[in-house]
Design a protein around this ligand. Structure first.
Ligand code: MG
Length: 248
């Protein structure tokens, strides 16, 4: 049962604070703003499975947000007990990108525009925090979410040394927005992204837009889990209000 107020109180207790505020929203891209995860998972599956390595599409949903090296080595170790040589790893990644492009354009996540409009109407600063450097979706942002992610409020895989689950991308997001951890929320869909948001000390909302169980998002530390983007979009006004008014 979803209880927003309890979730916020648990966050405040954990951080020994009496109140928090929603001045900025640090927002992941794949699986939040775009329904691109099925394409990423399919592209990885079409790259790794032909090697004879046992894997499923769901494996790649669980690994969302991890680096090329980490993803490929996980499967290499599973099959061969060692990391993939760098040249092999690079060639496999090239193949994954080729497969991703072949699947065509990913669509905007249904109702994500409503979520963004709601944040903007409450004067919440929106900041993109993605591990992706893939130009295709980044170019679409201005068209699909006009005014929401102008520079410098856009952090990509190129801007950070350590990707999610490291807190670095979200700490950089806080810095760009000019707010403290208790003055923001993170909006994520993947366990590793949730870990990153929590490690940055930010109240982390998980929106479960893929096939993984909600428990995987709670296990990663999510403060609250919504079971779809329409579900979150229907509750976001309430969430912002409760974030801004709950006191311990
Ligand atoms: Mg994501």
């Amino acid at each position: 049962m979803l209880n927003i107020e309890e979730a916020i109180k648990r966050y405040l207790e954990r951080h020994t604070r009496s109140s928090m505020q929603c001045r900025a929203a640090l927002i992941d891209m794949d699986g939040v703003l775009y329904d691109s995860m099925p394409h990423h998972a399919e592209a990885w599956y079409r790259t790794i499975a032909p090697l004879g390595i046992a894997c499923s599409r769901e494996d790649f949903f669980l690994l969302e947000g991890s680096t090329r090296t980490r993803t490929i080595n996980m499967f290499y170790n599973r099959e061969y007990g060692c990391d993939a040589p760098e040249d092999v790893s690079l060639a496999l990644y090239e193949e994954k990108v080729r497969q991703f492009r072949a699947l065509g354009e990913a669509s905007r996540m249904p109702m994500a525009d409503v979520m963004i409009a709601s944040l903007l109407s409450h004067s919440v600063r929106t900041v993109l925090v993605t591990g992706s450097s893939q130009g295709t979706l980044l170019e679409l942002l201005d068209t699909d979410y006009p005014g929401a992610f102008n520079m410098p409020y856009r952090i990509t895989g190129e801007d950070v040394k350590h990707g999610k689950p490291s807190p670095e991308p979200y700490l950089m997001g806080l810095q760009r927005a000019g707010v403290a951890a208790h003055e923001a929320i993170v909006i994520e869909n993947a366990p590793l992204g949730v870990e990153a948001g929590v490690a940055a000390g930010v109240f982390t909302v998980a929106v479960n837009t893929g096939p993984i169980p909600a428990s995987a998002l709670y296990d990663a530390g999510a403060d609250i889990v919504f079971d779809s983007m329409p579900h979150f979009a229907a509750h976001i006004d309430k969430l912002i209000e409760v974030v801004n008014t709950t006191k311990l």
